[in-house]
Every structure is written in structure tokens, then in C-alpha cells.
Design a protein around this ligand. Structure first.
Ligand code: PNS
Length: 167
């Protein structure tokens, strides 16, 4: 059985991430979508919420598992029996970081390959950080998020802003 690991922060999941998951699920029996649980770095959404968003958005895709991991990615890849780490590439600007990460992971664990999937052109400019910023200030993020999580993401970020504004 072929298992691919698709790791990330997913803070929150975007339509770009979802497209990569859908395409990876056509290539591998199982795609483990793994959210990095980094206790020293608090994201905009708690990890549990991010997992829930991914689960909801991926409910229609057979073979997808949604999990969290802590520590080294290659250790987690070994743990789940993945032969491949999937990463999406949007633009040249992603390349340097991704290239370095792939090389280092390859050195740590030669048995696990990194596979890059190009994002669709219409998703190339979408980022979770951009979504967070736009939604925090009430902008329209409907083109960037899976419809089933849109309202919850918007509401959570708007509530966060009210809290920080002391309203
Ligand atoms: O969505 P992101 O933030 O680009 O994902 C980055 C992620 C989670 C894939 C990366 O930070 C990671 O793998 N972290 C786990 C720690 C690790 O293995 N670091 C060594 C990679 S060089």
C-alpha cells in the first residue's frame, strides 16, 4: 500500500492545499495530512481546529487521514510508513526553502522521497497568512477557502480581532 505524507501548518487550510490533497489522493492509496504541532509557536487557529477544518474539507476524498505530529517530519514519515513527502510549490520564491528542506530531510532519511506538486496557476498566489490578514480585517476570502470552512474561519478571525481590539 502506498502512503504519502502531506505536512504543513495549515493555518488555515486553503483551496490550494485542498487541490494538492485531491491530486495526491489520486496517486497514492493513503494520504496522511499532518499538521505540525509546535508548542513554542502558537498559530492563529489551535491545532485541533485546523484538524477539524481539514477533516471537513477532505470528507469527500477517499484515502485521506488527518493527523497531527510533533518533532521531526522524517520521524513521523517513518512512523506512518510513508515513502513520500508531498509539498506544493507555488512560485520560485517557495523553491529555496523547499529545496533546502527536501535536501535536509533526504540526508536524514534517504528512504523517504520529497515530491513537489505545482499548484494550479489560479492558486499560485494564495497563502494562509494572506487569508488570515484579509479575513481579520473583514475582507472577502471566499475565493481562497473551501466553502465548508469559510464561515467558521471568518468568524474565528473576526472574533480574535474584536478580542485584541478590546471590543
Ligand atoms: O506549511 P508550512 O509551515 O510550510 O510547513 C512546514 C513544515 C511543517 C513542513 C516544516 O516546518 C516541518 O517539517 N517541520 C517539522 C520539523 C522538521 O522536521 N524540521 C526539519 C525540516 S528541514
Amino acid at each position: 500500500m502506498s502512503i504519502a505524507l502531506y505536512p504543513g501548518s495549515f493555518d488555515p487550510l486553503t483551496v490550494g492545499h485542498l487541490d494538492i490533497i485531491e491530486r495526491a489522493a489520486r496517486l497514492y492509496d493513503t494520504v496522511v495530512v499532518a499538521v505540525l504541532h509546535n508548542p513554542s509557536k502558537q498559530g492563529a487557529f489551535p491545532v485541533e481546529k485546523r484538524l477539524e477544518f481539514i477533516e471537513r474539507a477532505c470528507a469527500h476524498i477517499p484515502g485521506v487521514r488527518v493527523e497531527q505530529f510533533y518533532g521531526l517530519l522524517v520521524d513521523y514519515a517513518r512512523q506512518v510508513g510513508a515513502s513520500v513527502i508531498i509539498r506544493g510549490l507555488r512560485a520560485v520564491s517557495d523553491f529555496e526553502y523547499e529545496f533546502q528542506m527536501a535536501q535536509m530531510n533526504g540526508q536524514l532519511c534517504p528512504g523517504v522521497e520529497t515530491l513537489f506538486m505545482m499548484t494550479k496557476p489560479e492558486h499560485a498566489y494564495i497563502s494562509s497568512s494572506g487569508v488570515r490578514e484579509i479575513a481579520t480585517f473583514g475582507g472577502d476570502v471566499s475565493a481562497f477557502l473551501p466553502p465548508c470552512i469559510l464561515k467558521d474561519v471568518q468568524a474565528a478571525l473576526a472574533a480574535k480581532r474584536r478580542e485584541s481590539d478590546g471590543r
